[in-house]
Design a protein around this ligand. Sequence first.
Ligand code: C2E
Ligand code: CA
Ligand code: CA
Length: 744
Amino acid sequence: MARATDGRRDDAMTGEPEHQGAGGSERWFRNLLTSISDTVTLVDRELRVLYTTGAVNGVLGYPTDFWQGVLPFDAVHPDDLPRVLADWERSLASPGVEVSSESRMRAADGSWHDISITGVNLLDDPEVGGVVITTRNITALRQAERLASSQAAVLERVARGAPTTEIAGDCIELMHRNGLRGIASIYLLEGDRLELRAGDAPRSVRDWVREPVRDPARSLCDRAMATETPVVIVDLGMAELDEGLRAIVAAEGIRSAWSVPIASISSGRPVGSLSILAEEAVEPTAHERQVADVAASLVAIAVERERNESQLAHQALHDALTGLPNRALLLDRTDHALARREATGASLALLFCDVDRFKVINDSLGHNVGDQLLVAFADRLRAVVSPTDTVARFGGDEFVVLLEEVAGPEEPVRLAEQLAAALEEPFVLAGGKEVYLTASIGLAMADDHAAGDEWLRDADAAMYRAKDEGRNRLVLFDTQMRDAALRRLQVEHDLRRAVARDELVVHYQPVIDLDRGSIVGAEALVRWQHPERGLLSPAEFVAVAEDIGTIGELGRHVLDVALRELSSLEVVDPATFHLGVNVSARQVSEPDLDQMVGAALERHGWPPSSLLLEVTESALVEVDHPVEALARLQELGVQLAIDDFGTGHSSLARLGRLPVDWVKVDQSFVGALDGPDRRLGRIVDAVIALAGALDLGTSAEGVETHAQLDELRRKRCHLAQGYLFSKPVPLDELRDLLASDPRW
Ligand code: C2E
Ligand code: CA
Ligand code: CA
């Protein structure tokens, strides 16, 4: 890199030419020159030194007379010599022009230095009569530049995602290329072992360092990591060493060693160590220390990047709440399991578990409690599953267990039983409140499934069947469920629009007063006029509406329609009519249900006492503060009924506390009145007696025969409804019925 610039030197040196004398001005001149770091040398045409400040300041550690006589070209690096000579020739040929060159030069101690050389040929200048050569030691600058550029190159590789082990290799190369003496190695902690990731440390040393002991007295790497500062031992022979280590360094002929800790960027804790071994006694120079520091920090950056990446990868594949594999990872595992099965022929099972009525719990107890419960549920599930099987969180309250290599369905069935047993213990919330959870589980064995998602869909369909069959049970998938599952998806999709598209209609089933034998009211029962599938019964969509959260809207709509339609009938006297409207558990959990009901009553001018809200017994079990919720409704003046009474397993004590006015005896008991199971029929007696004791009215559902009607009358039941009197009918038919005022 030779550079020629035009421009005469016109400074103090050429202006003060008394270099031969020993007067006061020369002393001034000397002082000036030796106080700057550059060396100024004046040579003649034959390269003889006429004067040099190098003689004064001992450049490159040579004795001062080294610089006397002919310029010491033998100190120039042989590779650089031709260029330096060419630049000299050029300087001779161009008087007055500044010629720049650069060369490596050997110092007295044998080390190489980067020297910049500038020459100005002033041979023709009678005042000077020589070539003025200014040299400057730019080793530190060049070292720093080289280190910075190798650092940048490695950083770029880190940024491009090169694996940590490759970066460690790059760093070894960086250290050697930047003049670090000795054998460099990089160790990183893996678990409790310090594993060699790059470098040429002898096997015996690696094995020694690797041992999971982490004892600062045992190895330099451990000491560097423990003290979090570099450890340098120039002469191991003189140092206090562990005997085992002493034997190793003696056998390997190692004299010096130093270790630099590698600290985690995020936590600051040591994650590894850099080690340099040398056969001679070497004291690392400031530059070598800097090189090692740069290497250590590059490795630390690579480790951090890898850690972030694996954390991201973990986050992408795991559920944050429970730490379980998520849907994506589960799908991957099911795909793999199916693929592997083709080779091994093993049986595989999927258990799809859904926490029963979780939405209601979540809404009523709050989402924090809901989260806690999910975590606790996941723990119980994990506890019954073997650690080699996958337990994944599929969605909100859905968990999936993947069992590989099972003998047959017996094993997953047993597992489901164990889970049910584990759920018999209540979950205790902060504050001591106990919550019981059950799960509906679908089981699907791997069959001819091509992919995990098909298989999961089958397990999901079986789970839905378990819900339909009353929850808290296991259902094994059969192929007919596939259609049911598809249908359900369709229902979910269509239902979201049903209200807006005005597809919901209300039918009314007359309610008969058993004393008078005439119609005194009606129960509003929703129907869905589906554009393709015709009139759908609530059994096909009410549970779905609960699940997808549209039940509130649906309930509001039904109440509104029923009040509007009935107040439009002239045959109906709102003051005495009993209008029954069903309310779901989720609605009862909504804090503003009373306001919603009150507003509807007001809108249609319907007297509150003529509205009977029916809440199923099982729904009330799910509501957190049923007494408060019902009391608020009662304050409106509406009447409340417990629907499907006898099927929800609620205790008598509980019933006694609930602020209700009516009990609706479930049709299964009414049917038993003249059926073969007499014992079941006697429950009706018990319910009527109980209701009487609590001062509640009784209403019988599903009355289909005269025998049942007679029995109910005999037992002094107050109200009844059923096919015997009328099926639920559209408003027109109800009006006609009311107008004809039939008697039973
Ligand atoms: P539910 O409240 O117990 O309603 C009585 C059900 O028994 C009705 O079924 C009715 O058609 C049927 N039923 C009436 N008499 C007889 C009979 O003599 N024999 C037999 N076998 N069945 C009879 P539906 O209309 O299919 O309603 C089913 C359930 O759907 C209702 O049970 C209720 O829980 C729910 N539901 C209906 N409409 C609504 C609504 O607007 N909101 C809410 N949340 N749930 C509703
Ligand atoms: Ca009802
Ligand atoms: Ca009922």
